[in-house]
Design a protein. Structure first.
Length: 215
């Protein structure tokens, strides 16, 4: 039987111990490394090349940042978030960063093991309530259009919506890049596309047009 290796990253020692015991009790998984911070998680992933990286979101340095770095450095590893957070923003940020699983910490031992099995089979693994939110978000994005002059409309991609909504908060290019785990150059490319599609001159006009459509 194949035994899969797992990196467990969480700043709580008790959580790491509990997760290790649950995984290794199954006989299907072996914890090859542990970490207590995002920085250490990335280093451990690069050093041990695990099959699965199980990451806490709220550990020092932020688990989603670790997920993004690991996805780039160890692309063959499956990334699963293990968290107490049910916030939509954390879910969407984790998926953008490369996670294929998002598990809530109250999960039972058998459910945790089964979830990792499914991820390794290539399935996405999310709590039912968050799947519903993901579907709703997708539908909203697919059907939302911005009306333009002359009765015309335009549609932005999902990532362009992300950028435009962050622009509305006043976020800078660097801040948007950090939030979306992309480069500033990529953000500027999206901004240029947004301005072109909306037929506006600058970010201020783009945000004003978005605000006008929601009044």
């Amino acid at each position: 039987m194949t035994v899969f290796t797992v990196l467990v990253a969480d700043d709580h020692t008790r959580t790491r111990t509990t997760v290790r015991a649950a995984l290794e009790r199954s006989g299907e998984f072996r914890v090859c490394a542990e970490a207590a911070s995002a920085e250490d998680a990335v280093a451990a992933a690069v050093a041990s090349r695990p099959d699965v990286c199980l990451l806490d979101i709220n550990m020092p340095g932020n688990g989603i940042s670790a997920a993004s770095a690991i996805a780039d450095a160890v692309p063959e590893a499956s990334i699963v978030m293990l968290t107490v957070s049910r916030h939509d923003a954390d879910l969407f940020d984790a998926l953008r960063a490369g996670a294929s699983g998002y598990l809530i910490k109250e999960l039972g031992d058998d459910q945790l093991v089964d979830s990792l099995r499914r991820v390794l089979r290539g399935e996405a693994c999310l709590p039912g309530s968050l799947v519903t939110r993901l579907v709703e978000e997708f539908r909203d994005r697919e059907h939302r259009r911005i009306p333009l002059a002359g009765g015309r409309t335009t549609r932005l991609t999902g990532r362009e919506w992300d950028v435009l909504e962050l622009m509305r908060t006043g976020a800078t290019t660097a801040e948007i890049a950090d939030r979306l785990f992309v480069s500033p150059t990529t953000v500027r490319t999206h901004v240029s596309s947004i301005l072109r599609k909306l037929h506006v001159r600058d970010r201020r006009e783009a945000v004003a047009l978005l605000d006008a459509t929601e009044q």
